[in-house]
Design a protein around this ligand. Structure first.
Ligand code: GLN
Length: 438
């Protein structure tokens, strides 16, 4: 029964408060909504009926505080639903609460929230990854069935990898960004996190599609489960080289699993990987600076520069500098050229393969509280930012554990071949025995 299930989840959320996965849960409202759904016979036939869903604190859900985990917006109550939320409600889903995140989605560790860091349920002294830290942690601890995150440079895949769950970033334009607070709008996509990839496909079929409120959106056909036994799987030496040896080992074992599944392995080379991080962060700074100009203290909450954390301020200051006319030829335009180059190179290597596999994150999550330099923090993203730079679909699926700390396998495909990524994730999960620990 739905109400009973919801009560159980609410209790579990209460018991796991130390994880700091949720920022806001309105118990009475959630129970009320569950009762209404349970009484509604039509709702019971809808695809998301019975699914309990958590939402990252940068996606508008009417009546909830959508703070982006920043003091700037601590009193901002969403007056409307993002398109993805409308679709979830229409399809019978129940939203249980709003999850913690890095402030304005700027981060890879889940430590920069105004509400304090999230813990990793699978390794409590470690970071959960970010920026969708609360969403991945909530799924990992069984506090919801599916969570929504946003991914600008890896924020769905990185915490999914560290928390031992599955996460998917759609091709750019497949899911509406209407109602998502921008980090860098030419990279941002909303996507699902779950403990199995079939649920990712289920959620993608609900939230995808053209939306008149977001002119970058397109329609793709319904995503269906299909065999992958004739897939060509690309393996890029440069993507393996940047990972720690133990992580590389796990990925090499995952490649063997694709062979067992009947796939053909194709060795590939990717030039310019060294350009990925500088290109991503330059564009990110400029777009983020521009999108934060609305937080001027008049319309929404506080003036951002007066209350935000160190990382957000760093991006605003550098973003404002490189946006100045006299510098634009030097930084931003070069970054756009590099973006083009990286995209062309990706399309070139993917020409004759169905998917490309790699580690999701090149190293294990650090201990909570350990101080990293900005450069070290950014280097977590070296393998995830490419999918955002190129606009391609990418997912992360668990492929093992090292001293009980989960490791994720990243799977990418050509633009709009989201179905191939999801089917490869489903097939891999079925074949792989779970999080083994050596
Ligand atoms: N870690 C990356 C950044 O800080 C990605 C963040 C994200 O995807 N939202 O920009």
């Amino acid at each position: 029964m739905l109400v009973e299930k919801v009560e159980e989840y609410l209790e579990r959320i209460e018991k796991n408060k130390d994880l700091n996965a949720f920022i806001e849960v309105q118990k009475d409202r959630v129970l009320e909504e569950a009762k209404k759904l349970e009484k509604d016979d039509k709702a019971k036939r809808k695809p998301l009926y019975g699914k309990i869903i958590a939402v990252k604190a940068n996606i508008n859900v009417e009546g909830y505080t959508i703070s982006c985990a920043s003091k700037t917006l601590e009193n901002y109550v969403a007056p409307y639903n993002a398109t993805v939320i409308e679709k979830i409600i229409e399809n019978g889903g129940l939203i249980i609460g709003i999850t913690n995140m890095d402030e304005f989605a700027c981060g890879s560790s889940g430590e920069t929230s105004y509400y304090g860091p999230t813990k990793n349920p699978k390794a409590k002294d470690r970071i959960p990854g970010g920026s969708s830290s609360g969403s991945a942690a909530a799924v990992s601890a069984g506090l919801c069935d599916i969570a929504l995150g946003s991914d600008t440079g890896g924020s769905i895949r990185n915490p999914s990898s560290h928390c031992g769950v599955s996460g998917f970033k759609p091709s750019y334009g497949v899911v509406s960004r209407y109602g998502l607070c921008d980090l860098a709008m030419s990279f941002d996509q909303i996507g699902p996190i779950a403990d199995n990839s079939k649920d990712l496909m289920l959620m993608m079929n609900i939230i995808k599609g053209e939306d008149l409120k977001d002119t970058t959106t397109v329609n793709i056909p319904e995503l269906k489960e299909k065999d992958i036994n004739n897939f060509k799987v690309g393996v890029v030496e440069e993507f393996l080289e940047v990972a720690d040896d133990k992580i590389r080992e796990k990925v090499e074992r995952a490649i063997e699993i694709f062979k067992d599944l009947g796939c053909e392995i194709v060795n590939l080379k990717y030039k310019y990987l060294d350009l990925a991080l500088p290109t991503y962060y330059l564009i990110n700074y400029v777009e983020f600076f521009s999108s934060t100009r609305r937080y001027d203290g008049r319309r929404y909450g506080y003036r951002i520069e007066e209350v935000c954390g160190e990382e957000v301020l760093r991006r605003i200051i550098i973003g404002s500098m490189i946006s100045q006319k006299e510098y634009s030829g030097k930084y931003y335009k070069n970054a756009l050229k590099a973006r083009n180059l990286l995209r062309k190179e990706m399309i070139r290597i993917m020409k004759d393969v169905d998917i490309v596999v790699s580690p999701t994150v090149p190293k294990l999550p650090h201990k909570l509280g350990e101080k990293l330099s900005p450069m070290d923090m950014y280097s977590y993203d070296v393998l995830t930012v490419l999918a955002n730079i190129c606009g391609i679909p990418a997912g992360s699926v668990p492929c093992g554990a090292i001293n009980k700390i989960p490791v994720g396998l990243q799977i990418m495909a050509k633009p709009f071949e989201d179905e191939k990524v999801l089917n490869a994730m489903i097939a891999f999960e079925n074949q792989f025995g779970g999080l083994n620990d050596e």
